[in-house]
Design a protein. Structure first.
Length: 215
């Protein structure tokens, strides 16, 4: 029996072919998504403009890849991009004449426990429904990543410090999800997100301490 080519080990040849098949639209979405996260780390409200365009593209990309929950999630992301833009620029109060940017806040342990419970319940129910009634790929993992991202994106829009911790877990799960569906650029994007989320945590934590001293 002929031996398999060395590149077949660990599926490397399949990964290379999948990478070469990536679309220009996905590439654009990846670039804008990276711009969003880098700007978010810097608390620059223009991150939400990059997010709006990136998520509009991903809505279509994920639908074509049969990741139905991820496609629906990106519709939600578009709405949150509009809300995040407004809250970051005006959420600190001050009225229409002199609006103040929103400050970084922290959630209590009770809020986090409630949020995590909602994620698990919503993921279980929607994963079951997808598994029974649709052709969705990896329905339970797709649902878990989706509902966790729903809550965490709201946390970003509200400038909750702990959002970066949530993103570490979400991005780790998402990498496997996207590799399974052949979205190699998007999987690589989420690998990069793991590093940027660490930078974001350190940056926001420093900013939170600084604003506490100045207040």
């Amino acid at each position: 029996m002929p031996s398999e080519p060395q590149g077949s080990w660990f599926g490397l040849d399949a990964l290379v072919r999948a990478w070469a098949a990536q679309s220009g639209w996905e590439m654009l979405a990846v670039v804008l998504a990276l711009a969003y996260l880098i700007l978010a780390v810097r608390q620059n409200a223009w991150c939400w403009a990059a997010a709006l365009v990136s998520t509009a593209i991903y809505t279509v990309v994920f639908w074509d890849a049969a990741l139905l929950m991820q496609s629906a999630l990106n519709v939600y992301y578009m709405a949150m991009a509009v809300y995040g833009w407004w809250h970051w620029r005006h959420g600190g109060g001050g009225g229409s004449d002199a609006p103040r940017a929103a400050a970084i806040v922290r959630w209590s342990g009770m809020k986090h426990a409630f949020g995590l419970a909602l994620i698990l319940v919503a993921a279980g129910v929607s994963g079951y429904l997808l598994d029974r009634h649709t052709e969705a790929a990896l329905p339970y993992l797709d649902a878990l990543v989706t509902w966790a991202a729903v809550l965490t994106t709201f946390m970003v829009a509200r400038k909750v410090l702990e959002n970066w911790i949530y993103w570490w877990v979400i991005n780790a799960l998402a990498i496997g999800l996207f590799i399974d569906r052949g979205l190699m650029l998007t999987a690589a994007l989420h690998a990069g997100y793991l590093v940027i989320a660490l930078v974001g945590w350190r940056q926001w934590r420093g900013d939170y301490r600084a604003q506490a001293v100045s207040s």
